[in-house]
Design a protein around this ligand. Structure first.
Ligand SMILES: C[S@@+](CC[C@H](N)C(=O)[O-])C[C@H]1O[C@@H](n2cnc3c(N)ncnc32)[C@H](O)[C@@H]1O
Length: 268
């Protein structure tokens, strides 16, 4: 496994995923009952955009680099959090920023160096547990949570060709254990065929209440490039489909993307 998120932190895909992630967390905070978050593929937790990996690709310049100045209202919460945390926050740092005293985060990371960085970041934090383990396996081991409400964030690197299949299996097994949970799963759009097959597989699986938000940077004609990405949401919180378009519209405009969509894949 070669993937290192430090090369990609703050790129357009992170801006898209992290904006929606914060919205989902804020939706969970509407009710006073404590919630649990499982981050199955957590990464290192925070990233220095001035360090060699980020500088080498420069991907962040076409992402968070375009949002920092005078962010539009629908992106203000996300950009504000990025500025507040200093280094570019990965999903576990963003999730931690939204936990109230009784809420919990379990962050899983398989790569030992990344897991070590994550452990350092959350040392002595009683609300966060860091697990150096396989995130797919953690779905079976850590669900359902005792809180009986919460979010499962699934963000694999898609280095293996069967990762869409793993996602379908992971979602099904997660929902069997935690049917009321909100599940958010990021996926790449390189070309159309694998995404169409994934959506068809979801529809055929009998899953209910599934929405897909997508940001299309350009026509997916060159499958060697990340041309866009999506976030699949099972059990989307109330008003997601009403409020997501404004966030996606602001991202599309600022990032110069071709299109952004919110599509319901499976009815309630
Ligand atoms: C796309 S990155 C995660 C980024 C992070 N979620 C964020 O938004 O900041 C994917 C991460 O998954 C890790 N990983 C790969 N396979 C894994 C597995 N089976 N279980 C847990 N983590 C895995 C990689 O080392 C990498 O750090």
């Amino acid at each position: 496994m070669n993937y290192r998120h430090a090369f990609h932190a703050g790129n357009f895909a992170d801006c898209f995923k992290h904006t929606l992630l914060l919205w989902l967390l804020d939706a969970l905070r509407r009710k006073p009952a404590p919630f649990f978050v499982l981050d199955t593929h957590a990464g290192a937790g925070r990233y220095d955009l001035a360090a060699p990996p980020a500088e080498r690709t420069g991907e962040w310049r076409a992402g968070i680099g375009r949002l920092l100045d005078d962010p539009p209202a629908p992106l203000a919460a996300y950009v504000g959090q990025v500025k507040a945390l200093g280094l570019y926050p990965g999903s576990p740092a963003l999730i931690r920023s939204r936990l109230r005293p009784a809420d919990r985060l379990a962050a899983c990371e398989w790569q030992p160096d990344e897991a070590r960085a994550l452990r350092r970041l959350f040392a002595r934090d009683r609300q966060v547990s860091v697990h150096e383990r396989d995130g797919w396996e953690a779905i079976g081991a850590l669900l359902p949570p005792k809180e009986r409400r919460g979010l499962v964030m699934i963000d694999p690197p898609y280095e293996r060709t069967d990762e869409f299949a793993s996602l379908l299996t992971g979602l099904r097994s997660g929902l069997q254990r935690f049917a009321s949970g909100v599940f958010a799963a990021w996926y790449p759009i390189k070309h159309r065929a694998p995404v169409r097959a994934f959506h068809a597989g979801l529809r055929e699986s009998g899953m209910r209440d599934v929405v897909a938000a997508e940001l299309h940077i350009r026509e997916p004609v060159d499958p060697a490039r990340l041309n866009g990405c999506g976030l699949l949401i099972v059990n989307p919180p109330y008003r997601f489909e009403d409020e997501a378009p404004a966030m996606l519209g602001a991202l599309r405009e600022r990032l110069g993307a071709e299109d952004a969509t919110v599509v319901r894949l499976c009815g309630e």
